[in-house]
Design a protein around this ligand. Structure first.
Ligand code: UN1
Length: 502
């Protein structure tokens, strides 16, 4: 079956109206074959303004709905997602090129965060705090914040929106979603799935959830609106450098989840077999297009020859191709630009004395599909191109002798998202996790950098932007805290012993 035809069938089964993905000006191509599969209508800045006003009105209603009732909407969404998992996972694969288990895995991540958010809807706890004044009580409450704008990237076209949306909903906030212009179809599908949950829920306000499609100016209209209390944006550091200051200018709140140049350290005691498998998934999975992809590996000189030849073999033999027709483990890069950037980085690495295994284009019979064999680059020094994130399957390998040097190199880059160490030595593991160790938001032992579960807070430091999404107490980013002091006495003692007797 032709890709466009299958896409139409999937969209119709998922409940997306044909008019929303035919005849529009935003052409959608599948990276699997380079074929055009749909043409989505772009929204205008006037459409965005109207959507924001609707969200504002929805907020006035939704903030007063009890949080456990808000959780009920998320529970129903989780049920609808379970029913739609196969179709939505397949659509993710078609639209952004993921292998089937990763397409389905992304939808599973959405289901998981629904479950988390439903529980959370009964746990939006504030503290009660001891006061210094007699007859007083002090406490904090967490209140809904306001409309949330979610800007998501092509590589996790649906999961990242769901982390933000499920939390925002139970926290009492409407959400407007600006998906990547490379992945508008999966966004339309999510809205159709959500529409079924909203129908079953019954009495939600109009404009509680919406999607706006288009390019930069549509996103900018969202970012610049004083009515959007929080912008949660996932994408490149370059994008974050534009979005962050714009929101700060109007004193809005941001959650930024930007680039990663994630690294691992392989210590002398590492279990080499486990390390090899973990590195292979971390570095080559999702064709190197996760923000948590493993991009740099520091290998102790005593185990270098035990690990690296095996890794090279894996790079030479891993199956690359259309994952829907061949069962390949490495699918396509998202587009030509991604492939060109990969080749530019490899050229720079070669010029710096890097020894490259793989990296070449793999022909799949489609001129506009860009498949590349993942590249392993043995670098003599940790400098130059390795310090930049290239959103492609390139793993740079550098030898080390001293763990402190390896940690220093590890922390030398701008980004600070995810990190890992492979070791059976508890002192090394704990040093890596300590204040003097990895400077990232995520630091792991004996697993690679990618594939985080939703239960932990997700995000990173430095040029990664500092935002946290998904689990732990990331929900606090979607609420405002009010400190309340109540005087139940007949006196008026002032704090800090101040007297002011009129
Ligand atoms: C992303 O690439 O933007 O840890 C998110 C992971 C996934 C999320 C990645 N759970 O790889």
């Amino acid at each position: 079956m032709q890709m466009a035809e299958e896409t139409t069938q999937l969209l119709s089964r998922l409940g997306v109206k044909e008019a929303s993905y035919t005849g529009g000006n935003l052409r959608v191509t599948s990276p699997l074959t380079g074929e055009e599969i749909a043409a989505v209508k772009s929204d205008s800045t006037e459409d965005v303004a109207a959507t924001i006003q609707q969200a504002k009105a929805a907020f006035a209603v939704w903030r007063s709905v009890p949080a456990p009732r808000r959780g009920e909407l998320v529970r129903l969404f989780g049920e609808e997602l379970r029913a739609a998992k196969d179709d939505l996972g397949r659509l993710v694969s078609i639209e952004v090129g993921k292998i089937p288990s990763e397409g389905a895995g992304e939808v599973q991540e959405m289901i998981d965060i629904c479950d988390f958010a439903v529980g959370l809807s009964r746990q939006l706890y504030g503290l009660t705090i001891a006061t210094e004044r007699p007859g007083h009580r002090m406490m904090e409450q967490w209140h809904p914040l306001g409309p949330v704008g979610v800007i998501s990237a092509f590589n996790f076209p649906v999961a990242v929106w769901s982390w933000n949306t499920t939390l925002a909903l139970v926290c009492g906030n409407p959400v407007i979603w600006k998906p990547s212009e490379k992945a508008p179809l999966t966004a339309l599908a999510c809205m159709a799935i959500m529409a079924r949950a909203l129908d079953r829920f019954g009495d939600s306000p109009e404009g509680l959830l919406s999607v706006i499609n288009g390019t930069g100016e549509v996103g900018a209209a969202l970012v610049e609106s004083p009515d959007i209390a929080l912008i949660s944006a996932t994408g490149s550091t370059r994008m974050g450098k534009i979005v962050g200051p714009k929101v700060a200018e109007r004193f809005g709140r941001v959650i930024l989840e930007l680039g990663g140049n994630n690294a691992g350290i392989v210590a002398p005691s590492a279990n080499i077999d486990l390390t090899l498998r973990a590195v292979a998934f971390g570095a080559m999975g999702t064709a190197g297009q996760r923000c948590t992809t493993l991009r740099r590996l520091f290998v102790h000189s005593s185990v270098y020859d035990k690990l690296v030849p095996g890794l090279k073999k894996a790079y030479q033999s891993v199956s690359v191709g259309n994952p829907l027709t061949s069962g390949a483990l490495v699918g396509p890069l998202i587009d030509k630009q991604a492939f060109d950037q990969m080749q530019t980085a490899l050229g720079a690495a070669k010029a710096a004395g890097g020894e490259i295994t793989g990296g070449e284009r793999v022909e799949d019979g489609h001129a506009n599909a860009y498949y590349a064999r993942p590249a392993l680059v043995e670098l003599p020094k940790h400098e130059g191109v390795v310090l930049q994130e290239t959103f492609a399957p390139i793993l740079y390998v550098v030898k080390y002798d001293d763990l402190e040097d390896a940690i220093a190199m590890h922390n030398e880059v701008g980004a600070g998202l995810s990190s890992c160490i492979f070791t059976l030595d508890i002192q090394e593991a704990e040093l890596f996790l300590s204040a003097a160790g990895s400077d990232c938001g995520i630091a792991n032992v004996n697993i690679a950098t990618s594939g985080a579960e939703i239960g932990g807070a997700f995000g990173g430091e430095k040029e990664t932007g500092g935002g946290r999404e998904s689990g732990s107490d990331a929900w606090k980013g979607y609420m405002r805290r009010a400190t309340n002091t109540v005087n139940y006495s007949k006196e008026l003692p002032l704090a800090q012993g101040v007297s002011f007797d009129i």
